[in-house]
Design a protein around this ligand. Structure first.
Ligand code: KMH
Ligand code: ZN
Length: 308
């Protein structure tokens, strides 16, 4: 079994600032939190940007540049930049980070889904920033758009910049989309699949759902033609991580996906969530990958080839 690659998803766009005072918002906070997560054992950090003044999801290259250069100055961690951004951005805005920064990795969302956040309105009554309440309400009508036209665009720019796409699989049909693009010669194995489980609008985070996605990927691609990782959104995080460590997959944790370190107790940092996975890996007898191990396992181009 390969060493375990832990990805830390630092801030995202779905977690709103009022959900946790520990969510990093400014470029400095996001970079510091990523560096700390890397020191705790994350081999990859997944990066979104936010407007420093109010934490609203940002696609501004200046915000990304500040975050990426600060991380690179302090750490050799692999940086996987989002092209998912938020459902309020156009695909062109979301994907601009790839030609601009030519990162080693980027997310590549493999299908359109409803991406609903409105259930947080049931328990969240006070908001830190004016945009947050409307953002949750509007998500009831959000479609997170990732069409075949968008796939073509992302295939072109990831290939042109030698950026390894992390294929975000929110449901089983998304595996068939990968297969379709591969059959057209637009994507080549080995694929790196990220099973995103527990978003309201897509597959849930149950054990049988993970087994099903994994089995279907093996059937479609063959066991040697893909690596995989899992995101358990919310409460599913630790259970699905345990399964993935045991099954030879990799794990993503972080405040983008889950704000709790244990039942009802907020995680104080991304590093704390990473440390929990490091302990779990140790208990289950799996070694944790360094950034150099992750580059070898995933076949990445190297930090000297990025443009920041
Ligand atoms: N927020 C996650 C559920 C992306 O950034 O492209 C999915 C994600 C997508 O991380
Ligand atoms: Zn993301």
């Amino acid at each position: 079994m390969d060493k375990l690659i832990i990805t830390a998803a630092i801030t995202g766009a779905a977690t709103i600032p009022s959900l946790s005072p520990y969510l990093p918002l400014t470029p400095q906070q996001i970079a510091d939190s990523a560096i700390e997560a890397a020191r705790a054992g994350a081999a990859i950090v997944h990066i979104h940007a936010r407007r420093p003044e109010d934490g609203f999801p940002s696609s501004d290259p200046a915000h990304f540049r500040e975050i990426l250069t600060k991380i690179k100055a302090e750490s050799d961690v692999v940086i996987c930049v989002t092209t998912g951004g938020s459902a309020m951005m156009t695909v062109e805005e979301r994907a601009a980070v790839v030609p601009t920064f030519q990162p080693e990795m980027c997310s590549f969302n493999m299908g359109s889904i409803n991406f609903a956040l409105h259930s947080a309105l049931k328990y969240l009554k006070e908001f830190k920033y004016p945009w947050e309440k409307a953002y949750l309400e509007m998500s009831k009508d959000f479609v997170f758009k990732n069409t075949f036209k968008d796939f073509d665009y992302l295939c072109d720019i990831t290939r042109a910049n030698n950026t390894k796409p992390e294929l975000e699989i929110y449901d089983v049909g998304h595996l068939y989309n990968v297969d379709h693009l591969a059959s057209e010669g637009k994507m080549q194995p080995p694929f790196h699949l990220q099973f995103v489980m527990g978003v309201l609008g897509a597959i849930r985070g149950t054990p049988e759902d993970l087994i099903y996605l994994h089995t279907k990927a093996e059937t479609l691609f063959g066991a040697n033609n893909f690596t995989w990782s899992v995101i358990g959104v919310g409460a599913a995080e630790i259970n699905l991580s345990t399964m993935a460590i045991h099954m030879g997959g990799h794990v993503r944790v972080g405040l983008e996906d889950n704000i709790y370190i244990s039942k009802g107790k907020l995680a104080k940092s991304n590093a704390e969530l990473v440390e929990k996975i490091v302990k779990l890996a140790d208990l289950l007898g799996r070694d944790v990958a360094t950034p150099a191990d992750a580059r070898r396992i995933l076949g990445l181009k190297g930090l000297d080839k990025v443009n920041f």
